[in-house]
Design a protein around this ligand. Structure first.
Ligand SMILES: C[S@@+](CC[C@H](N)C(=O)[O-])C[C@H]1O[C@@H](n2cnc3c(N)ncnc32)[C@H](O)[C@@H]1O
Length: 367
């Protein structure tokens, strides 16, 4: 029992008289990191409820005005806007008492078709939290967790995370960097997009090259269904055809171009997939391999982009690979040397880096 003579003590024990060097700085970093993690849920709200779009379209607003625009309620909106302003994701004008998106914030949070739209990728973050118990079990058992075993928000989030990069780079930079491929696509080529997911890359190419035929393959049937629907909606269903197929077994031969966008490292047997691609290519064909940006040495990936990709690799990519035959577990930070070896082991003789972005490595691989 507590008495006046025995004041309550901190159950964790007394704080050290002297803190280790750097504690204040590290606590500051952690407050920033925890704030970012917590406000990720607020970004999901802003994206799913159309709050960013309405703020961009309608211009500066009070909480009540933005609530009225979006069919939501003022009290919630006040809290959300204050949190977003604290994050620096929206701008607050203290004189006018108005919240707004500046041009940069608009591009990142409201411009879905643009080159730097990031809000859609927060659905990937949501999948990490929803599926954490499955991954915790996999840590203990060593078993894999298939791509298809994740919450559906991962599939749409992946499409929305990667699509801006494809919009910004695929037609303007990556395809032109390949030897002779753009000319073939203009004339009329046959193309396979393997591990196509929702088909963002396939459909982008199909729109740009009407004389060519595109075949998107993915082992995940719901993603293939979605890709098919999007291709129909975008008016390219005649030349962008989607089929459920594993990377080691997709049909067709004499492809002029085979593409894999951010999917090779998710596969259990990337060498087997590469060997099947080699067998499916025209002798003069090209494999366009796009993988997450990574340096060869882990120590050179200990930076903000590596942090994101190691997180995705822990929660999605490595478990996906371990769930499949062979289970190589390349990981999302494989880097050029390991990717080159995969291609060499599959019998390819030519491999060169043709482009890169902060998020992607782009390779031309040829028989
Ligand atoms: C990170 S997602 C990338 C999807 C798409 N290429 C994009 O860029 O949006 C990886 C994709 O690889 C697919 N995948 C994984 N293993 C596969 C395999 N063995 N054969 C075919 N597809 C596979 C998954 O279903 C998923 O759609």
């Amino acid at each position: 029992m507590l008495t006046e003579q025995s004041p309550p003590t901190d159950p964790a024990g007394p704080l050290p008289q002297t803190s280790p060097a750097g504690l204040d700085d590290f606590m500051g970093k952690m407050v920033g990191d925890m704030g970012a993690a917590m406000s990720a849920a607020l970004v999901l709200l802003g994206d799913h409820l159309g709050l960013y779009r309405a703020l961009a379209d309608g211009g500066p607003a009070t909480p009540a005005q933005l609530a009225a625009r979006t069919g939501t309620t003022e009290r919630y909106m006040r809290e959300w806007l204050a949190g977003q302003a604290a994050a620096g994701y929206v701008t607050y004008d203290e004189d006018q008492h108005l919240f707004s998106l500046d041009p940069v914030q608009t591009m990142v949070f409201a411009d879905e078709g643009g080159p730097v739209f990031l809000a859609g990728g927060f659905d990937v973050i949501a999948a990490m939290f929803r599926d954490e118990p499955k991954i915790a079990e996999a840590f203990k058992s060593g078993d894999g967790v298939g791509w298809h075993e994740h919450h559906a928000c991962l599939f749409r989030g992946t499409e929305r995370f990667f699509r801006p990069g494809y919009n910004a780079n695929l037609l303007s930079s990556w395809i032109p960097a390949l030897d002779g491929v753009e000319a073939k696509l203009k004339r009329g080529a046959v193309v396979a997009d393997v591990g196509c997911g929702h088909g963002a890359s396939t459909i982008l190419m199909a729109r740009a090259f009407p004389n060519s035929r595109f075949f998107g393959f993915d082992y995940h049937a719901p993603s293939v269904d979605q890709a098919r629907k999007t291709a129909e909606a975008e008016g390219v269903g005649d030349r962008a055809v989607f089929q459920t197929a594993a990377a080691k077994a997709f049909p067709g031969d004499h492809y002029d171009l085979v593409c894999i966008f951010d999917a090779l490292h998710d596969m259990g047997d990337p060498v087997g997939a590469a060997a099947h691609i080699r067998a499916s290519l025209d002798p003069d064909g090209t494999w366009l391999l796009v993988e997450p940006f990574a340096n060869d040495e882990m120590t050179d990936n200990l930076n903000p982009v590596g942090r994101m990709f190691y997180a995705a690799s822990t929660m999605f990519c490595t478990p996906a690979s371990l769930s499949q035959e062979v289970g190589l577990g390349l990981g999302a930070q494989a880097g050029e040397a390991r990717l080159r070896k995969v291609c060499q082991d599959a019998g390819f003789t030519r491999f060169r880096r043709v482009a890169q972005t902060p998020f992607n490595l782009v390779f031309e691989v040829r028989p």
